[in-house]
Ligand binder design. Structure first.
Ligand code: FAD
Ligand code: SIN
Length: 532
């Protein structure tokens, strides 16, 4: 069965939903495909907030400066200026769609502060910013008749002219649609459209310990890569310094906004160790804080460090951080009295599908925005709360450029797209191997491609990933596909891209710290990969 639309959006987080609203407003028919429930996204879990210049005491130059400093020399300054400048207009648009950020007693925005920011500029909804954004955008989507939302549809791959006929030269390639698995009944359907927007989010699930939800399996990066699109700077994986330590392996985020309100990191001897590390101490950029925690833990053999916000009383903490207060309570901890055990965990992919500042990829008709994309904003380390900002700004810019593309692109004759060929079945007992391969991949990435790297460990990881890729490809061809197998294929693809970019970079910069190359090179360059 084939369905046709002007635009397909893959993903229902802030990037996909706000793009869909903007493009539908321009009269386009839109389908959003999302692989689980519609609110299942990293967006829904975002805590700290969205960075934008809204205070009269703040200015664009200061936000640009902080973003460039956090990015450690690798940001594209033109992109940084453009995204920061678009911030306030996008905040107004979010408000029009019903997003309500926390206000101070005088009616202005209550602004938070986070690592690397020289000023209070984080708009937030207590510590549930993402949930408030996701709910408002989903309500706005439900009111828009031009948008159809397909839950539990897993986009497998982008269909392009070149995939259908190898005679099409790379320069003549363009998007025709996607194949998607209806997760509930196992059928693979064809969705046809001249434009596909990848808004599939991040890839934290590549690592054993992550703050990310289960959906974060890097599907968009893997799809773009398989379609021959350039992927950039994948070695820059951000480890959030403060996830709640638990022996179950879950890593609930303890927002950096706590340190913005004076929380202090302490080692097991009670020393506030960030003071000697960076002038901003506990509010240093994330790469620096995560590395300092890692070093403290290695030095003492401790399983965690402490976060201390006991200078605030329970009533204040419950009002400002209700979700975190409750999560700590459930773990038997009282934020107002107890030190909180925290550890770093994989949090954000700074690299991704290479795009222009108009969200275009190198393949006509394929666009990307949000965490899946690499615009040049984050460089070697993302500044806190710049992710939600980038997602909403790039969604808006993407809608403008998609509209232009649809008005001007030459119409291709309707090419027949063959249906999905299910090679069928496979031995169900063998499916347990898929679970084992998941575990092996995530453990390998955590052990060999973590906060501190060496060339030897990266090479070991590459070897294992190559074996896992070969084995998984075999399953892909011989089994009926299901979501878990498709995700495994994607996380393996993304892990390979992370390791290959890491091996390309012969220096330590931002989030990529490698002991064989401890210094920064004078020549600054992006790592770029493209499938030949
Ligand atoms: P997501 O919100 O992750 O949405 C991706 C969507 O794509 C999902 O709907 C998913 O189901 C769908 N999808 C994926 N693959 C497929 C597929 N193959 N087929 C169909 N659908 C698919 N950033 C900030 O700026 N401020 C914060 O305070 C902040 N806090 C955070 C807290 C946590 C715990 C986490 C995990 C992240 C946080 N971040 C924060 C990062 C930020 O939340 C994300 O980078 C951002 O929400 C990504 O938005 P997105 O729309 O790109 O992707
Ligand atoms: C946090 O609240 O600490 C997360 C913010 C972010 O990822 O930008």
């Amino acid at each position: 069965m084939t369905q046709s639309f002007d635009v397909l959006v893959i993903g229902s987080g802030i990037a996909g939903l706000s793009f869909a609203l903007d493009v539908a407003r321009r009269g386009r028919s839109v389908a959003i495909l999302t692989k689980k429930d519609k609110a299942d996204s990293s967006t829904n879990w975002a805590q700290g907030g969205l960075a934008a210049v809204t205070a009269t005491t703040d200015d664009f130059a200061a936000h640009v400066h902080d973003t460039l400093a956090a990015g450690d020399g690798l940001c594209d300054p033109k992109v940084v200026r453009a995204i920061v400048r678009d911030g306030p207009a996008c905040v107004r648009e979010l408000a029009e769609w019903g997003v309500r950020f926390s206000r101070d007693p005088r009616g202005g925005y209550e602004l938070g502060r986070e690592g690397g920011h020289g000023a209070r500029r984080i708009l937030h909804a207590k510590d549930m910013t993402g949930r408030v954004i996701e709910e408002a955008l989903l309500k706005a989507i439900a009111r828009e008749p031009r948008i159809a939302l397909f839950e539990h549809y897993f986009a497998i791959d982008v269909i392009t002219r070149r995939k259908l006929s190898r005679r099409v030269p790379r320069g003549g390639d363009r998007v025709l649609g996607v194949h998607a698995l209806d997760v509930r009944d196992g059928r693979v359907l064809t969705f046809r459209a001249p434009v596909v927007m990848l808004a599939t989010g991040g890839a934290g699930q590549v690592y054993l310990y992550t703050t990310n939800p289960d959906i974060a399996t890097g599907d968009g990066v893997a799809m773009a890569w398989r379609a021959g699109v350039e992927v950039r700077n994948m070695e820059f994986i951000q480890f959030h310094p403060t996830a709640l330590y638990s022996t179950t392996g879950r890593r609930f985020l303890i927002s950096e906004a706590l340190r913005g309100e004076g929380a202090v990191l302490r080692n097991l001897q009670g020393e506030a160790f960030m003071r000697g590390v960076h002038p901003l101490a506990d509010l240093a950029p994330r790469d620096i804080v995560a590395r300092a925690i890692d070093a403290e833990m290695k030095k003492s053999g401790a399983a965690h460090v402490w976060l201390d916000i006991t200078h605030r009383n329970a009533a204040w903490l419950r009002r400002r951080f209700p979700q975190i207060f409750a999560a700590c309570r459930a773990a038997g901890l009282n934020l107002a009295h107890d030190l909180i055990p925290v550890v770093p965990a994989a949090h954000y992919v700074c690299g991704g599908v290479a795009t222009t500042i108009a969200a275009e990829t190198s393949l006509p008709g394929l666009y990307a925005c949000g965490e899946v994309a690499c615009t040049g904003l984050h460089g070697a380390n993302r500044l806190a709360s710049n992710s939600l900002l980038e997602a909403v700004v790039m969604a808006r810019r993407g809608a403008e450029s998609v509209d232009r593309y649809l008005r001007t692109a030459t119409r291709t004759p309707l090419i027949a797209i063959p249906g999905w060929e299910d090679l069928g079945g496979g031995d169900t007992d063998e499916r347990v191997v898929i679970a084992h391969n998941w575990d092996e991949l995530r453990r390998t990435m955590w052990d060999y491609v973590g906060i501190m790297r060496t060339t030897k460990r990266l090479e070991r990881a590459r070897q294992r990933i190559t074996n896992l890729a070969r084995e998984t490809q075999d399953y892909y061809w011989n089994f009926s596909v299901d979501a878990r197998l498709l995700e495994l294929r994607n996380v393996i693809e993304v892990a390979g891209l992370i390791v290959n970019c890491a091996l390309q970079r012969k220096e330590s910069r931002g989030l990529h710290a490698i002991s064989d190359h401890p210094r920064k090179l004078r020549m600054v360059r992006d790592s770029r990969l493209r499938r030949t």
